[in-house]
Structures are given as C-alpha cells and as structure tokens.
Design a protein around this ligand. Structure first.
Ligand SMILES: [Zn+2]
Length: 285
C-alpha cells in the first residue's frame, strides 16, 4: 500500500523551505525586471523563471520513488517555488496581505494532512482564481470557453461538435467543467480552473471513464496547477503526450490521486489508494 511519508522529515521541510526561498528570489527578480523593462518583460521573466526552475525537479521526480526522501524533497521544492512566486507576485499585483495569504495556502499543499483534506482542497482550488501563477492557465481556459460559447451560440445545434451539453461549477475545487463544446480533446483536459470534457469519452462500461472519475481526475489537475504552478502543468502535458509516458507520467499520477480509480498508479497526494472512488455507473452526474 502506498502511503505518503510524514511531513516531519528533513527532506520535506528542506524542499519546501529551499523552494520558497528560490521562488521569492525569482519573483523579486521578475518584479524588478518588469519595473525596469515593462510589464510584458516582467511576466516573461516570471514564466521563464518558473519553467527553468521546475524542469529539472519535474524530470528528476518522474524518475524517483515518490515516497523516498529525494521524491519527497522534489515535490515540496516545486510547491515551495510556486508558493514563493505567488506570495511576491500577488503581493505586488493585489496587496501584500493577500500575497502572504495566497502563498501560505499554496505552501500548505506540501503538508500531507492538508493536501489530503477535502476542506483544504476546496480552499486551494477556489484560491487559485486569485493566484497570479495560475492566471496564465486559467486565462487560456477562459479563452477556450468563450470560443466554445460563441461557436455554440452561432452554430446553435446544427453542428453536434459545437454543442455544449452542460456547464457545471464543481464547488469542491472551484472549477468550471464544460461538457462538450467546440474546443475539446479526445478525452478530457484541464486549463487551470476550467475543465473540458469530451462527452463521447464518458463511457460507463469502464471504471475510469465514468463521468465522476473523469471529472475527479481533471480537477486533480486543477489542484496541481494551484499547488505547483504553470510550468508543472506544461511538463505534465509534454511527458504524458509528447514523450509517451501516458498514465505513468508524474503529473498524471498526482492528478489521478484525486480519483483513485482501480488499477491506476498514483502519487498519493490528493487522496490515498484505499479511498477508491466508487466509479460505478449509478454515480454518474
Ligand atoms: Zn490527466
């Protein structure tokens, strides 16, 4: 049985603290650069810093036992970086108090007892709407959503591909779940706090393609964007799809821990394997 090791390990604490220091430093650099070179340059520096500092930990975590000290360190390091960047950027863009609160909410994802708590997941997911590090992914998702809404309105029901079956707000993580619409993939995908589901993928004959299982997995990605930031989501996308890791991808295994469908490998961050989602057809929304 997979169980997360305790928060009270040197590796976990060192990872979070080091990550936080790196994240704060990088974000201050981006803010200083933005003031000197312009807002666009500042945003570019923040994105570049997030990508640069996440790539090696992501690759290393993908090849490491997640329960071992190094695996624990790397996961907390990536969360710490994102927490530090959210603290500084929200402190500048919003207010310093909001920055500290958002940074703390992000950082608590490094504590197993918090990450596993549905109450904390609700706070983290909703807070992600205010987190500067989540804005890029959610803004792209919002743009996709607007295109789908415009297409559905313009084409009405004459083209089934553009039809939106329903839009549901998932209160457990603050995510908008769009079933159908012009923009959807072969299965389902997440863009920050917006989830796109292909209705054709929902298939009650298989435990991991029931509606509940698919949404639970995708909202696991919503939580990951909030906790780890945009670079993590990008490397998840690359590893899963372009490098062929599929369900074995590190980000995929973390997202799947929010659904825990039978037979799926997970990094038990958002839920433990014994809390297997009842993927029975009767639970379909
Ligand atoms: Zn996924």
């Amino acid at each position: 049985m997979q169980r997360p090791t305790s928060w009270n390990t040197a590796g976990s604490i060192a990872g979070a603290v080091l990550g936080l220091a790196v994240g704060v430093s990088l974000a201050i650099g981006a803010v200083v650069g933005g003031r000197a070179l312009g807002t666009a340059a500042g945003i570019g520096l923040a994105v570049a810093a997030s990508l640069a500092v996440t790539v090696i930990p992501y690759v290393a975590a993908s090849r490491t036992d997640h329960a071992a000290v190094l695996g624990q360190f790397l996961r907390r390091f990536m969360i710490g970086v994102n927490a530090g960047m959210n603290t500084v950027l929200a402190g500048v863009v919003l207010t310093p108090v909001i920055g500290v609160i958002l940074g703390l909410v992000t950082l608590l994802a490094a504590v197993d007892a918090m990450a596993l708590s549905p109450r904390y997941q609700r706070v983290l997911g909703w807070a992600s709407w205010l987190m500067p590090m989540s804005w890029g992914a959610t803004a792209l998702g919002a743009a996709f959503c607007l295109v789908s809404l415009a297409a559905a309105g313009a084409i009405l029901h004459r083209w089934s591909r553009a039809r939106i079956l329903r839009i549901v707000l998932d209160p457990t993580v603050g995510a908008l779940v769009i079933h159908g619409g012009l923009i959807h993939g072969p299965t389902a995908f997440d863009m920050g706090n917006i989830v796109f589901v292909n209705p054709g993928y929902i298939d009650e004959s298989s435990p991991d393609t029931t509606c509940d299982a698919v949404v639970a997995h995708e909202t696991g990605h919503t939580l990951a964007v909030a906790a780890f930031g945009p670079a993590f989501g990008l490397f998840d996308l690359i590893y899963e799809n372009l490098l062929g890791a599929g369900a074995r991808d590190y980000g995929e295994r973390i997202a799947e821990s929010h659904a825990n469908c039978p037979g799926r490998s997970t990094v038990p961050m958002w839920g433990l394997p014994e809390s297997v989602l009842d993927c029975s057809p009767s639970l379909r929304a």
